[in-house]
Design a binder for this molecule. Structure first.
Ligand code: NAD
Length: 483
């Protein structure tokens, strides 16, 4: 077991959990690489107590000094970049290049949070009445936590933690129990950064651990990223316990292709959107809405390009698509392929039964494309979260927008066109939080909020950028008169 039994990081110390443990395996080899403990409510309470105790002194630490911890963290993340990327591949299965991209975005969030002395500035007005001035100051709130998904195991907590901590809050990360290893490795770096004990804490676990965080009176707020049913549970439980919450959830993203799209550029973009990270991205394109006469040529080119994708072990630099994360995920995806066939969609590229030489135990499913998908089909409505793309032929732009409107999710949508008019209509009308124009994966950089609407987001302030600063601070208003 390369990474052994994982531990929690609480109050500046690595501590063993008394909870039962689950296996963490490498999805390409099936080999067990670690065991992750399911921490108990008592262990959660110890982490919250440590974070609460650390808060008073940390909030009094000047923002400029807090930012210096971020500089040190960035330096260590750069130094260990390749090793962390390889760890992500081993626990998750994505390709090494995809893992490098994930690490880069995690670091970018640390870089943006370094600007906290400016980002946390308040504002003021003189003479709101005669001789009276008013100011708004941004103050940290207390203890925050993050509940993270498996699909970007190193990056997602970094949409939140750097901002929370730079703003003067203290923090607890509960990584995905499916892929907990890279986050645990990142906490080894945070230990080296030498944050004051209790400022950053790591508690491994699953539902019981999360519920203990959500109901603890000393936790001020939670940032959740994961599936929609769990997001609803987190949002309502947090609200019932008086906490602020931001819950980024599931997705079913459409890629609309107009007849005037530049197909040479659009096709590689669509392919990487649908099949990158084996379709396990909340920004993955799940449905192509092919408008008018673009349908036939587009379909042929998509099948041709997808069938050339080299499936294999992510650590092999030549691999273009890795396995899916687990046997459970593989079974779910195969179940959706069956469902698509039952409901009458045409399977024009079948990824089932793909064999990868040297990796007989891996959870591999190749790129899969369904044609003649209809909006009411299960495979058009539910999140598959695997390398399965559906094509829906549509008559015109308005029909495409109607289909997007009918999908309960609102995470992302893309339009491929040469027309500024269609592009403007699309970004104006579509109710999705991340819009791509000739961009298949509309992933916001760290200084912008990560959008999401409808059943893809519960809350108002998003992760990353200025939204994060708002989420992790209170605005206090001071009105002053001197005699
Ligand atoms: P998941 O909902 O199964 O798990 C997410 C986290 O919630 C994990 O830490 C898990 O331990 C915890 N959890 C699971 N069930 C729980 C319960 N009943 N009560 C309390 N906590 C619980 O999600 P996943 O499979 O890890 O991740 C994939 C999902 O995440 C997909 O739906 C994907 O679209 C979504 N996602 C969304 C975004 C976004 O920004 N909108 C980004 C990445 C992933």
């Amino acid at each position: 077991m390369e990474y052994g039994i994982l531990r929690n990081y609480v109050d500046g110390e690595w501590v063993a959990s008394s909870g039962e443990t689950l296996e963490v395996d490498n999805p390409a080899t099936g080999e067990v690489i670690a065991r992750v403990p399911l921490s108990t409510p008592e262990e959660v309470a110890q982490a919250v107590a440590a974070a609460k105790a650390a808060f008073e002194e940390w909030r009094e630490t000047p923002p400029l000094v807090r930012a210096r911890y971020m500089f040190r963290l960035k330096g260590l993340m750069e130094e260990h970049f390749e090793d962390l990327a390889r760890t992500i591949v081993k626990e998750h299965g994505k390709t090494i290049d995809e893992a490098r991209g994930e690490m880069r975005r995690a670091i970018e969030n640390v870089e943006v949070a370094m600007a906290v002395p400016s980002l946390m500035m308040g504002y003021n007005a003189e003479d709101i009445a005669e001789g009276i001035d008013e100011e708004a100051v941004l103050q940290p709130v207390g203890v925050f936590c993050c509940v993270a998904p498996f699909n970007f195991p190193a990056m997602v907590p970094f949409w939140f933690l750097p901002y929370a901590v730079a703003c003067g809050n203290t923090y607890i990360v509960k990584p995905s129990e499916v892929c907990p290893v890279s986050q645990n490795r990142l906490f080894e770096l945070m230990d080296e950064v030498d944050f004051p004990p209790g400022v950053v804490n790591l508690v491994n676990g699953s539902k019981e651990t999360v519920d203990a965080l959500l109901t603890h009176p000393d936790v001020a707020g939670v940032s959740f990223v994961g599936s929609t049913p769990v997001a609803k549970h987190i949002y309502s439980t947090a609200a019932a316990h008086g906490k602020r919450a931001q819950c980024q959830a599931g997705a079913k993203n459409c890629l609309v292709v107009m007849p005037d799209a530049v197909l040479d550029r659009a096709v590689p973009n669509i392919i990487s959107s649908a099949f990158g990270t084996a379709g396990q991205r909340c920004l993955a394109g799940a449905l192509v809405l092919a408008v008018g006469e673009v349908y036939e040529p587009l379909k042929a080119r998509l099948v041709d390009a997808a069938s050339r994708i080299k499936v294999g072990y992510g650590l092999d630099e030549a691999t273009q698509m890795g396995p899916v994360v687990s046997k459970k995920a593989l079974d779910r995806i195969l179940g959706y392929i069956e469902k698509g066939l039952e409901e009458g969609a045409e399977l024009i590229l079948d990824g089932r039964g793909v064999q990868v030489e040297g990796y007989p135990n891996g959870y591999f499913v190749g790129p899969t494309i369904f044609d003649r998908v209809r909006p009411e089909m299960t495979i058009a409505r539910e999140e598959i979260f695997g390398p399965v793309l559906g094509i829906i032929p549509v008559a015109d732009f308005d029909e495409a927008l109607g289909i997007i409107e009918g999908i309960p999710y609102g995470n992302a949508a893309s339009l491929f066109t040469s027309s500024g008019k269609w592009a403007r209509e699309f970004k104006y009308r579509v109710k999705c939080g991340n819009i791509g124009i000739n961009i298949g994966i509309a992933a916001p950089i760290a200084s912008f909020p990560f959008g999401g609407m409808k059943d893809s987001f519960f809350g108002d302030l998003h992760g990353q950028g200025r939204d994060a600063i708002q989420f992790f601070t209170d605005r206090k208003v001071v009105i002053t008169r001197w005699f």
